[in-house]
Design a binder for this molecule. Structure first.
Ligand code: CA
Length: 256
């Protein structure tokens, strides 16, 4: 499993052993979210990552993890598979649907099934328990380095003539800038992060407005409608955002 294809064409072994002398800049600023209900393990991981200069946030269950990731988006998530309330796989899918954050899954020893599930659900790598903190830190560095080399934070999300730049918070349609509110931007960003993926209205509501928001899914419909007015030539025959009746919305991959 560890040598399966990676986005940059390297194998796990290559990712773990980068060229000697490569600059070590990632560890100084990256924020890591550790999701682990076993407190001694969580503390061990936190201690070791902090010592390496990472900023570390710990969540002890799946709900807490999703809420923390929503409030302060992490640069990388270390996610235990076995969690109370919401298991690691569900948390993984949830985080994946939000954006391209790298995820390292912690799995039980020899649980090949768990690893397959973990990678299928969107984890970038896995570490089996018991693990050495040193190995985990090495994986974290390798994955952050890879993510940084790919420049996900600066690369705009593009769909046909529509592009969205997360770092500059700008949306362009052809050669003109489109002025969006913060919620419209977040909503479009989520849709553009996974073209053709159908997001339910409940999911969008929870992701963009949060668990505590008391408004209904009508809020989502209203914002989609405003996005269409700003993006579409004919909002009644949308090129970009498709409605799946009774389900939700998706951004069309082949949109003009
Ligand atoms: Ca656990």
């Amino acid at each position: 499993m560890a040598t399966s294809a990676r986005p940059d064409g390297t194998t796990a072994a290559q990712a773990e052993h980068p060229a000697a002398g490569a600059p070590e800049r990632v560890g100084t600023t990256a924020r890591i979210l550790v999701v682990e209900d076993e407190r001694p393990i969580a503390e061990l991981v936190r201690y070791n990552l902090r010592r390496e200069g990472f900023e570390v946030d710990v969540a002890y269950d799946g709900h807490e993890a999703m809420e923390r990731a929503r409030v302060v988006p992490p640069d990388l998530v270390i996610l235990d598979l076995m969690l109370p309330y919401v298991d690691g796989l569900e948390v993984c899918r949830h985080l994946r649907a939000r954006g391209p954050v790298p995820i390292i899954m912690l799995t039980a020893k020899d649980a090949e099934h768990d690893r397959v599930l973990g990678l299928e659900s969107g984890a970038d790598d896995y570490v089996t328990k018991p693990f050495s903190p040193r190995e985990l830190v090495a994986r974290v560095r390798a994955i952050l380095r890879r993510a940084r080399d790919q420049g996900p934070a600066d690369a705009p999300l593009v769909c046909g003539s529509l592009s969205l730049n997360v770092s500059t918070h700008e949306v362009r349609l052809g050669d003109r800038f489109v002025d969006l509110t913060a919620k419209e931007f977040d909503l479009l960003r989520l849709l553009m992060s996974h073209p053709n993926h159908v997001f339910t209205r409940d999911f969008l509501l929870e992701q963009i407005w949060g668990y505590e928001y008391s408004g209904g899914t009508r809020t989502v419909d209203m914002h989609i409608s405003r996005l269409r007015e700003k993006l579409e030539d004919d909002p009644d025959a949308p090129r970009f955002i498709a409605t799946l009746r009774g389900v939700g919305y998706k951004l069309k991959r082949d949109a003009g």
